[in-house]
Design a protein around this ligand. Structure first.
Ligand SMILES: [Zn+2]
Ligand SMILES: [Zn+2]
Ligand SMILES: [Zn+2]
Length: 144
């Protein structure tokens, strides 16, 4: 474990929030988890690191991280429970196959310009986006 603050932890501080042990632990579990985790998996990971952190603290930390656009809950697959995805650099993109539910990740969304236009036109300050395309993956296309 590195002592240096991750850029996400720094965003918590910059937004005026304290870096509590519970918040940092939740963030660490999410970062170690590779970007996609259900709340059950987060609870599991947190309790493995520190059994003293309660469920309610974990959910409050998840809510706060969502509020700051560090993570977003998303409903991928057939699960009714959200999967929290990390928004690296404020954005995260999926192509979801409607047939086999495979999730394809991609980085280059090209939405920076649209974001800037929206900010100017609607007088808002955007902190991130989660983009999901739906369709058929290559394997399902070939099989059909
Ligand atoms: Zn597919
Ligand atoms: Zn993803
Ligand atoms: Zn993007």
């Amino acid at each position: 474990m590195s002592e240096a603050l991750s850029t996400r932890a720094r965003r918590l501080l910059d937004a005026g929030h304290k870096l509590t042990h519970a918040r940092l632990t939740v963030l660490r579990v999410l970062e170690d988890g590779g970007g996609h985790m259900t709340s059950a998996e987060v609870l599991d990971g947190v309790s493995r690191l520190d059994t003293a952190i309660g469920r309610a603290s974990v959910f409050r930390a998840l809510d706060l991280l969502t509020e700051l656009s560090i993570i977003r809950p998303t409903y991928i697959g057939t699960s009714m429970t959200p999967t929290y995805v990390l928004l690296p650099d404020g954005h995260h993109h999926h192509i979801i196959c409607t047939h086999c539910h495979r999730v394809i990740e991609f980085e280059d969304c090209g939405l920076e310009q649209i974001s800037a236009e929206l900010e100017a036109r609607l007088h808002v300050k955007l902190s991130g986006h989660l983009l999901e395309f739906y369709g058929l993956c290559e394997a399902c296309l070939k099989a059909s």
